[in-house]
Design a protein around this ligand. Structure first.
Ligand SMILES: [Zn+2]
Length: 281
């Protein structure tokens, strides 16, 4: 479209003022809590006509919001997200929900590998681990909750289909990080949460452990959605996945070692979802 025409009352064709065109959004926001549209050049079509039924939460990890917005929208960076939530709670939409944004990378969850085609990506402005993992302001978290609630209601997404980037790519990613207040989200029906079990001394499963207890741990992590073969061998992928679980659900100690507290927290989460577990803890 090179120009916009309209007709005045006398029937003459005239051009709309260019300022109107400049202010017209590239697309209409999907969510009522969006305050601005900043269209990203980086997106595609969802493959196999998939509709999103998963929400992935990220931190931006850039120095500031302006840098994050530029990186997530400029052609050539090959990254984007549907939404960016700023520290003051302002929400920007960059990609229509109907399109496939590029936020997940190589990742998997609940048996799916093309996470970008089945998810909505929300980038939360935060400096990330490289900048000391700053605390998330409450105002920003309230905005994330409002955005997620709206998406869940509009798209009938169940609460357990809200995950962190670290959950779907345990070996590669750490966002939104161990300071992310998952409990606050769960209090509003966004995501699952169980109070972390107390850390106590006792037997642990760790790299090198083998047997039925390790297999039961792996199967329970898979039931939660993590991608991990149940081999009965506590290998490096198992360590990475346990660390991702801890970062989300038992953030006081992230060491990839399945201690009693880790196993009990996992068991309580599965009980919330009424999934039988083979865990003995
Ligand atoms: Zn991320």
């Amino acid at each position: 479209m090179s120009s916009l025409e309209t007709r005045s009352l006398d029937g003459r064709r005239r051009m709309l003022p260019s300022v109107w065109m400049m202010n017209a959004p590239a697309f209409m926001p999907d969510s009522s809590v969006v305050s601005d549209i900043v269209p990203s050049a980086n997106y595609g079509e969802r493959r196999n006509d998939r509709v999103p039924d998963l929400i992935v939460l990220h931190y931006t990890g850039f120095a500031d919001a302006a840098t994050a917005i530029a990186r997530l929208t400029t052609a050539g960076t090959e990254i984007s997200a549907h939404y960016i939530v700023q520290e003051d709670g302002k929400i920007i939409q960059c990609v229509p929900e109907s399109r496939r944004a590029w936020h997940a990378g190589a990742s998997s969850w609940a048996g799916e590998n093309d996470i970008n085609s089945i998810s909505i990506g929300i980038e939360i402005v935060n400096g990330g681990h490289d900048r000391g993992l700053p605390a998330y302001p409450l105002r920003q978290i309230a905005a994330v909750i409002a955005l997620c609630r709206g998406i869940m209601i509009r798209r009938n997404i169940p609460r357990h289909r809200i995950v962190g980037h670290s959950d779907i790519a345990p070996g590669r990613k750490q966002d939104p990080g161990e300071h992310f207040p998952w409990q606050l989200l769960a209090d509003s029906g966004v995501g699952y949460y169980a109070p972390p079990a107390r850390i106590v001394d006792g037997p642990t499963l760790a790299v090198g452990s083998t047997g039925q207890d390790v297999r039961a741990l792996q199967e329970s992590l898979v039931q939660l959605g993590y991608d991990l073969p149940a081999t009965g061998q506590y290998d490096f992928p198992t360590l990475e996945t346990v660390a991702a679980f801890q970062r989300h659900y038992r953030p006081a100690l992230i060491d990839g070692i399945a201690d009693r507290s880790t196993l009990l927290t996992l068991k309580q989460l599965l009980a919330q979802r009424s999934i039988p577990t083979a865990l003995a803890a």
